[in-house]
Write a protein that binds this ligand. Structure first.
Ligand SMILES: [Fe+2]
Length: 334
């Protein structure tokens, strides 16, 4: 079973868990400012979804003593694909075994990436069905657009920091069928890979891996939510200014992925990206990886010239390293 080609065996990022030391503040950010709806609570976790997310939840917020990524869940394209990818992960020595799932999530196969990020694969999920009061007459929409805040339509992608980009990238390519659409190398530094932007579907990227310049392992750079409308990033920036949420960078557009970005820090300390367009989509079956060079990087970072702060953007991730705590100071002004 493990000899089957991995491509098209994963469908998309289905759910993500964020750990937060300030559950109340994080909940305020995601429900009041971003208009996400709560679908369940259990023990120390709250389950949330955007109004066009397809399943029971996309985001699980879990109270913890530190910020950071919990488990990231990828849905496979079939039940058989799940079995095949689980076998491939086991063969690569990364599998942690089967779980009984979670609220809205069936049996999963848990694994760790080479850099130590916790992930799982799932086929059986609970598709969201809105109660009568939340149904939309727009039948392609899973639930009515919320009235509060500035709601993104769905969760979009995740960006991970890794101590070794190449090891993480190659394993994800070989076991799970990710394609690397773009990457950054340091040509002057011997060609070390600084970042890779990967996808299992038509999105320009659904997972990015960037070099953790602090040498830490298994950290989160950001989790992104999709507006699809660049103006919304400017509107979101206004709300963040007015309601105490620290903006790190943007709105602008990366050359890499052509993604319209706004980076902010939710009150728990995790970096969140609001994604104002769809970036470049990819339809070519034989697309070749685009390589950017760190030595000629301005366009790659921000087409409009926005500054990505060196004191945070390239070194701050969650869990937060000792000494970085004061870099983030989002305090909701309700
Ligand atoms: Fe991103």
């Amino acid at each position: 079973m493990t000899t089957a080609p991995p491509r098209f065996e994963l469908a998309h990022l289905a759910h993500a868990e964020l750990l937060t030391p300030d559950l109340e503040g994080s909940l305020w950010f995601f429900t009041e400012l971003l208009g996400m709806r709560e679908t369940a609570r259990h023990q120390d976790s709250v389950y949330l979804r955007c109004y066009e997310d397809p399943y029971h939840h996309s985001l699980k917020l879990t109270a913890a003593d530190h910020a950071g990524p919990g488990t990231l869940g990828w849905r496979t394209t079939s039940a058989d694909a799940l079995e095949r990818r689980a076998a491939a992960l086991d063969a690569a020595g990364l599998g942690r075994g089967w779980t009984t799932g979670d609220i809205g999530v069936g049996r999963t196969f848990a694994f760790d990436t080479p850099d130590g990020h916790a992930m799982e694969l799932v086929w059986d999920v609970e598709k969201y069905v809105a109660p009568p009061e939340l149904r939309s007459p727009i039948l392609t929409r899973r639930s009515r657009r919320p009235l509060q805040g500035l709601p993104p339509r769905r969760m979009d992608h995740v960006n991970l920091m890794a101590s070794d980009v190449t090891a993480q990238k190659e394993l994800l390519e070989q076991t799970l069928g990710f394609e690397t659409r773009e990457r950054v190398i340091d040509a002057a530094g011997g060609g070390t890979e600084i970042g890779a932007w990967m996808s299992v579907n038509n999105l320009g990227h659904e997972m990015a891996v960037m070099l953790d310049q602090t040498g830490s392992r298994g950290r989160l750079h950001h989790l992104a939510f999709w507006y699809g409308v660049p103006q919304h990033n400017t509107d979101a920036a206004e709300l963040c200014r007015e309601y105490g949420i620290q903006i790190e960078a943007g709105p602008d557009v990366h050359g890499i992925t052509q993604g319209a970005f706004l980076y902010v820090f939710e009150p728990g300390g995790n970096r969140i990206e609001l994604f104002g367009n769809s970036g470049i989509l990819q339809f070519e079956p034989d697309h070749e990886t685009v390589t950017w060079d760190l030595g000629d990087f301005d366009t790659a970072l921000a087409i409009g010239g926005a500054t990505l702060p060196v004191e945070t953007y390239f070194v701050y991730g969650t869990p937060v390293n000792a000494g970085q705590e004061k870099l983030v100071r989002s305090v909701p002004s309700r």
